[in-house]
Design a protein around this ligand. Sequence first.
Ligand code: SF4
Ligand code: FES
Length: 257
Amino acid sequence: MKLKLRIWRQKNAQSPGALVEYPLDDVSPDSSFLEMLDLLNEQLLARGDEPIAFDHDCREGICGMCSLVIDGVAHGPQRATTTCQLHMRHYKDGDTITIEPFRARAFPLLKDLVVDRGAFDRIMSAGGFVSVNTGGAQDANAILIGKGEADLAMDAAACIGCGACVAACPNAAAMLFVSAKVGQFAHLPQGQPERQRRVLGMVRQMDQEGFGNCRNYYECEAVCPKQISVRFIAEMNRDWRRAAACHHEAAGSAGAG
Ligand code: SF4
Ligand code: FES
C-alpha cells in the first residue's frame, strides 16, 4: 500500500524541529510499524539523505524502548500494543500517518523521534529494587503468597518502562510508571523491609526530575501497552502518606494526588 508519512525531524535539542512529509510505496500490510520505518530509512539512505532516528530494541513488546506518538496517541491506535507490535494491516492504502516523539519536559529530545528517558533510570536507582538478602529461588518459593497478592505483583511488574503514560498525560506525570514499580514490591513479602524508604525515595526523585502532578485524567491507563491499572497510583498514594507521616516528609506529588 501507499502511505503519506508526516514525521517530526529535529537535528538536536537546540535546533528547531518540524514535520516533514515522506511518501512511501509498497508497504506490506504484514510489516510492523517499525519495519515500515526501516523501509523508509533504506530509501533515505539510498539517496544519501539522513535516516530518521527512532528508538527500538526487542521489537517484541518487552523492552520498552519504542516510543512514538502516532496520530496523537502514544504507541498508536491499537490498545495494549507497543509501537513495535503495531502492524500495518491496521492501516489503509492512501492513509496519512503523523509520527512524533514522546513529548515531556522530563524526557528531553535527543534527535528526531528519540528522547532521553534517563529520568526513569534515576527513579529506579532511588529505590526500585530489593536490597535485603532474600535468599535463592528455592527460598522465594518457600514463602507462600496468596494468589490475589501474587497476581497484583505480577500485574505491576508487567510495566516495561516505556514512558507512554508520561507522553499521554496532559501534565506529563509519571505516576503510573512509579506506582507500578512501587506496587510490584508492595504486594510481596520481600518488598516489605524497604517499603517506606522505597516509596519516599522514588517519589522524591520523580518530583526532582520535573514530571507533573497526577490529576486523575486516566490518559496514562488508556495508552499503557501493558494495561497497568491506576489502582496502583491510589495504592502508592496511601503508601506514600503512611511513609511520609512516619518520616516527616514534606508533601510532594504523591501526597497531592
Ligand atoms: S505504566 Fe505502562 S505506559 Fe507507563 S511506563 Fe509502564 S508500561 Fe509504559
Ligand atoms: S522495541 Fe522493545 S517494546 Fe518495542
